[in-house]
Design a protein around this ligand. Structure first.
Ligand SMILES: Cc1cc2nc3c(=O)[nH]c(=O)nc-3n(C[C@H](O)[C@H](O)[C@H](O)COP(=O)(O)OP(=O)(O)OC[C@H]3O[C@@H](n4cnc5c(N)ncnc54)[C@H](O)[C@@H]3O)c2cc1C
Length: 486
């Protein structure tokens, strides 16, 4: 069935709402609340039997900052300007208008999330972790302390974690948001998959075709349609197109419905996409933090990344190395097993000499010895002239025996989410290939291009944070109001 239909082809509409939202994850729920509160009749179409999506499965980290109460309670000063400087430098100046809007509204947006009942503790986790099983409200989740970013903006932690123990704190955000939607009178159509967008004669989007229990139905949208269907990590065809070299060991994160259907719906009505070859993959060497004091080398025995980088940044550099191979090298003082067991970083062996290790890893003779000699010389002075690893993580690796872990992209288990999607502007309007907004069509969340385009610039929380914010913007815009700040 075609993913686009003309209004004139619709036999009969079986329902009608001012705003129709496809997908009930974080972006869809935030959009629904704002649209409803702006006075619109709202209908959410959701393929699963309940709302939540991948958002409910997530680690519940939101990238918030600019001076939230949680940051203040932990003793950190931040500002919209400081946050903007970091994000624009690290994540890409070409997204400056979205970043500016996100940063300027961030404290207000954090307060809004709390007002909906999403809980954040006033506590701080000072260690290095990818996600928490405990409930601390704040941790560092990006490259803020990594060179050169630490010299451009004052580094502060911005990973705000929902206060819920266990592996899926994201559920602690989705439950109150969905409850608020229900209280506000948002209607929903569960077990319904959106199969086509319906366009009027002028090409504007005015409805949605759905399949429900084997029956096709048509819903009319008086004011607008919001696509909030998540990423495409579960779509093998799209993965083959955009990531042709993805190893079998790499695994997508998310529900089975994270299959890019909303991106395809948008493309069918002329939407542009952006950054489709971007992903954040992770198989972190930390925790424990002490492993960051090791070095990471490629098949040439050379370092290629500051080892204190955010785990997604390290992974992105590993993916670029010859054969995507990389080894973590530690000495006896730093040795520990990586705690993220899902990463499957295997210990290759312990070695009494660097020469022995070079031979076992098949590195060019003398290469690792030279890399280590140079690294140790400068580390003893608290310096890393090559990659500017922070002095907190520098120490000479000179205590035998040494050990090597295989952290190669194709030999460990990297988990990933896709970052590309529909192109939107700062008002969450979907743009066509000519850069013009498509009338009546809005989008937010992981079906749109994330602000960070790759793992090098990603920070944990950059999906839920902007997804929730631009979801709200989309909701207001589709309901005919202006965005949050304008
Ligand atoms: C284990 C895990 C941990 C993560 N941790 C974090 C984290 O801590 N911080 C962070 O920022 N990100 C994290 N992510 C990524 C993040 O959760 C997602 O990118 C984000 O939740 C996407 O939100 P969304 O609203 O765009 O999509 P989703 O939450 O996936 O919601 C999309 C909804 O649309 C529905 N849908 C899809 N297609 C259709 C269709 N055709 N018709 C009708 N309905 C449809 C789906 O069923 C789904 O309910 C994590 C992901 C996972 C899986």
């Amino acid at each position: 069935m075609s993913k686009i239909m003309r209004n004139s082809e619709v036999p009969q509409y079986s329902d009608r709402a001012d705003v129709i939202i496809i997908g009930y994850g974080i972006a869809g729920a935030c959009a629904a609340l704002e649209a409803r509160r702006a006075g619109a009749e709202v209908l959410v179409i959701e393929r699963a039997g309940a709302g939540g999506g991948s958002s409910a499965l997530s680690s519940g980290l939101f990238y918030f900052g600019g001076g939230t109460d949680v940051q203040h309670a932990a003793g950190y000063e931040d500002s919209a300007e400081n946050m903007y400087r970091f994000m624009a430098t690290c994540m890409g100046i070409e997204q400056a208008d979205l970043i500016r809007r996100y940063c300027d509204d961030n404290v207000a947006h954090f307060n809004w999330m709390e007002a909906q009942g999403v809980p954040f503790e006033r506590t701080y986790f000072p260690g290095k972790a990818v996600f928490l099983l405990s409930t601390e409200g704040l941790m560092s989740t990006g490259n803020e302390k990594v060179w050169p970013f630490r010299e451009i903006a004052t580094p502060v932690p911005r990973g705000h974690q929902v206060a819920r123990e266990g592996e899926s704190p994201g559920g602690g955000a989705m439950e109150p948001l969905l409850a608020r939607c229900e209280e506000a009178g948002v209607r929903n159509s569960y077990d319904s998959v959106a199969t086509a967008l319906i366009c009027d004669d002028a090409g504007g989007v005015c409805g949605v075709a759905i399949r429900q229990a084997g029956v096709t139905k048509f819903y009319a949208a008086n004011r607008g349609v919001i696509v909030a269907t998540g990423g495409f990590g579960m779509n093998r065809q799209m993965l083959a197109e955009y990531f042709p070299n993805l190893p079998e060991t790499a695994q997508p994160l998310g529900t089975p419905y994270t299959d890019g259907s909303g991106i395809q719906l948008g493309k069918a009505v002329g939407a542009a996409t952006q950054g489709m070859d971007g992903m954040i993959a992770t198989a972190s060497i930390y925790p424990p933090g002490q492993l960051i004091k090791g070095i990471i080398v490629n098949l040439q025995g050379r370092r290629f990344v500051a080892e204190d980088s955010y785990h997604g940044r390290t992974a992105a550099f590993i993916m670029e190395q010859p054969k995507t191979r990389a080894y973590l090298i530690v000495d006896a003082e730093v040795f520990s097993y990586p705690e993220t067991v899902t990463a499957h970083h295997t210990l290759i062996d312990g070695f009494e000499s660097i020469e022995e290790m070079e031979a076992r890893l098949a590195l060019p003779t003398g290469s690792l010895a030279e890399t280590l000699a140079d690294y140790n010389l400068h580390a003893a002075e608290g310096e890393d002239p090559m990659f500017h690893k922070h002095p907190d993580w520098l120490k000479p690796l000179d205590k035998a025996p040494w050990a090597a872990f295989d952290i190669s992209f194709d030999r460990s288990n990297y988990l990933y989410i896709t970052l590309g999607g529909l192109k939107i502007d700062r008002h969450a309007r979907v743009l066509n290939r000519g850069g013009e907004p498509i009338q009546g069509l809005f989008a937010a969340g992981a079906c749109t291009a994330h602000i960070p385009r790759d793992g090098k610039s990603y920070a944990s929380g950059m999906s839920l944070g902007p997804g929730s914010y631009f979801g709200r913007v989309a909701g207001r815009m589709a309901a005919g109001k202006s965005g949050l700040t304008d």
